[in-house]
Design a protein around this ligand. Structure first.
Ligand code: SF4
Ligand code: SF4
Length: 300
């Protein structure tokens, strides 16, 4: 008998009881891999499809247990802190398990569709009461679209409400398949100017804007979100361009379909934890006054 190969995906988190990732209370599954490389990324450990090790100096007490646990001799002491040779690391996770402080995290693990559904279905009674469901986030689910599509289909078979969070940078036939199996779509808009978009994310935005329009045409429940990045898109020109696109091109009311998100500083530290200090930025969150002003440009 012909054996059907099980489909595996790479995920780095399953967040239960999420209240900001779609209607009701939800379980959000974070998939690894992203076609964009935003300089402000909130989950830089999600960008690569491979598992990545994060090390928090803030939590480390310098006990050295991780050094002893490492079979690859990838860890050594640098005064109080621990240095890591990432080329030697086999991503076995021994150092993570041996750390008494939870200062080390391995972001990324393989999981089958069946095993993931078992995890998701543990919360099924919560979904029933709240009108929630399952949300696929990342990274960007488009990066592992076969796996994402299988999870969405299986969720629908279980009568769960489904949502995806995407920046829409993928071939239309791929995105259409995911959109067809999604009851709700969060669509990230980073910047309306294509050159600037490329400078900030690594890719231009023409395909993204075309895909957004195609999803709207499908009649899907779509919600646009623009993360406000200091000095990049938190200005009058950027917000006005977004408003014009949504109202004039997509013909959607901005109040119901667009949300601005304040810059979140918390993720800045993660670049250091991944030994990517050269990419770490220090930017200030918008003041309440500025945030209100930008919202007024969009909604008034
Ligand atoms: S994941 Fe394994 S190989 Fe990598 S540093 Fe930790 S113990 Fe060493
Ligand atoms: S085991 Fe944890 S707390 Fe101890 S030195 Fe390693 S990272 Fe630091």
């Amino acid at each position: 008998m012909k054996q059907i190969k099980e489909l595996y995906g790479e995920i780095f988190n399953i967040q239960r009881y999420s209240t900001h990732d779609g209607p009701g209370i939800r379980t959000t599954v974070f998939l690894k891999g992203c076609p964009l490389k935003c300089f402000w990324c909130q989950n830089p450990e999600s960008q690569s499809i491979r598992p990545e090790l994060l090390y928090s100096k803030k939590l480390c007490i310098g006990c050295g247990k991780c050094i002893d646990a490492c079979p690859q001799k990838a860890l050594s002491r640098d005064r109080v802190y621990i240095e890591m040779n990432r080329e030697l690391c086999s991503r076995c996770g021994n150092c993570v398990r041996s750390c008494p402080q939870k200062a080390r995290t391995l972001a990324g693990r393989s999981i089958t569709v069946d095993a993931l559904m078992k995890e998701v279905l543990k919360d099924v009674y919560t979904y029933e009461n709240s009108g929630g469901g399952v949300t696929l986030s990342g990274g960007d689910p488009v990066f592992q679209h076969e796996f994402a599509l299988a999870v969405l289909k299986r969720s629908h078979e279980e009568l769960l409400h489904t949502a995806i969070e995407t920046a829409g940078y993928v071939r239309w036939d791929v995105l259409r398949g995911l959109a067809e199996e999604s009851d709700y779509i969060f669509f990230d808009m980073k910047c309306m100017d294509s050159q600037k978009h490329k400078a900030g994310t690594g890719v231009p935005n023409e395909l993204i804007l075309e895909n957004a329009a195609r999803i709207v045409k499908m009649g899907k429940d779509i919600h646009f979100r623009m993360p406000l990045i200091p000095g990049f898109n938190d200005d009058e020109k950027s917000i006005t361009a977004l408003k014009q696109y949504v109202e004039d091109v997509l013909e959607l009311p901005v109040k119901q379909h667009v949300e601005l998100l304040k810059y979140n500083k918390l993720a800045e530290d993660k670049f250091g934890q991944l030994d990517r200090l050269d990419e770490q930025k220090s930017m200030e969150t918008q003041s309440d006054e500025k945030f209100e002003y930008l919202k007024s440009l969009l909604y008034d």
